[in-house]
Design a protein around this ligand. Structure first.
Ligand SMILES: Cc1ncc(C[n+]2csc(CCO)c2C)c(N)n1
Length: 219
C-alpha cells in the first residue's frame, strides 16, 4: 500500500467529515451568510500566506534537488493564487488590505500553521511534506464531490470552480507522487512521523471549516 492510500485509510472518518461538513453544504446550496464567507476568505488569506512560506522553508531545508524544485514551484503558484484571490474574491466582497491587517489569525488558523512550522523544525522535511498534503488533496476530493452541483450564489460557485480546474487537479497528482516517493525512500520511523503529520493536518482541515461557522475568535 502506498503512503497516501494508508493515510487515507487511517483518516477516513475525519476526511469524510470534512467533505460532508455543513460549511460545504451551505456554500453549495447558497445558504451561507456572506459575512461567514468573508471571515473564511480573510482567515484563508492568513493561512495561505504561511502555507507558501512553509513551502519555501521546506524547499530551503531539503537537500534533494527534485523536492526543492517542486516545493519552490508550488510556493510560486500559491503566491500567484493569493494575488488572484485578492483580485476576484476580495474585490467582489470589498475586503480591503486594512480589513485583512486588522483581523488577527483565529486560534485554529494559528494552530494549523504552527503545526506545519513545528513539523518542519522538529520532524524534518519528509514529515513536513506529508503535513502539506491534506490541504490540496482534500480540496480536490471536495471539488469532485461538488461536481454537478451549482450554487445559486455566483461567488460561491466561483470558489467551487477554482478547485475543479484541470491545472489544479494535475498539481495534486504531482504532490501525491512526490509524497509517496519520499515515503518509499524513508525508514519506518520517518514514515511514522509522516503519517502523524498527515493526520494532524487532516484534523486541522476539518477544524478550519468549523472555525469559520463558529466565527471563532480569541476570548
Ligand atoms: C485551510 C485551507 N486548506 C486547504 C486549502 C486549499 N488549498 C490551499 S493551497 C492549495 C493548492 C493550490 O491551489 C489548495 C488546494 C485552502 N485554501 N485553505
Amino acid at each position: 500500500m502506498t503512503f497516501s492510500e494508508q493515510a487515507l485509510q487511517n483518516n477516513e472518518r475525519m476526511w469524510q467529515a470534512s467533505i460532508h461538513h455543513p460549511f460545504i453544504k451551505q456554500l453549495s446550496d447558497g445558504s451561507m451568510p456572506e459575512d461567514v464567507f468573508r471571515y473564511y476568505l480573510i482567515q484563508d488569506h492568513h493561512y495561505l500566506h504561511d502555507f507558501a512560506k512553509i513551502h519555501e522553508l521546506t524547499a530551503a531545508t531539503s537537500d534533494d534537488g527534485h523536492v526543492k524544485r517542486m516545493l519552490a514551484e508550488l510556493a510560486a503558484g500559491l503566491r500567484a493564487g493569493e494575488i488572484s484571490t485578492r483580485e476576484t474574491f476580495f474585490k467582489e466582497l470589498n475586503i480591503s488590505d486594512a480589513d485583512v491587517k486588522q483581523t488577527p489569525m483565529a486560534p485554529t488558523t494559528y494552530a494549523y500553521t504552527s503545526h506545519m512550522y513545528r513539523t518542519l523544525t522538529d520532524q524534518g522535511v519528509a514529515a513536513a511534506v506529508a503535513g502539506l498534503l491534506p490541504c490540496a488533496w482534500l480540496y480536490a476530493d471536495i471539488g469532485k464531490h461538488l461536481v454537478g452541483l451549482h450554487s445559486p450564489v455566483p461567488i460561491y460557485q466561483a470558489w467551487i470552480d477554482s478547485y475543479q480546474a484541470d491545472d489544479y487537479v494535475d498539481s495534486v497528482a504531482d504532490q501525491l507522487a512526490l509524497t509517496n516517493a519520499i515515503a518509499d525512500q524513508a525508514d519506518e520511523a520517518t514514515q511514522a512521523k509522516m503519517q502523524l503529520a498527515f493526520a494532524r493536518s487532516t484534523h486541522y482541515e476539518h477544524d478550519f471549516w468549523q472555525m469559520v461557522l463558529d466565527k471563532q475568535g480569541w476570548k
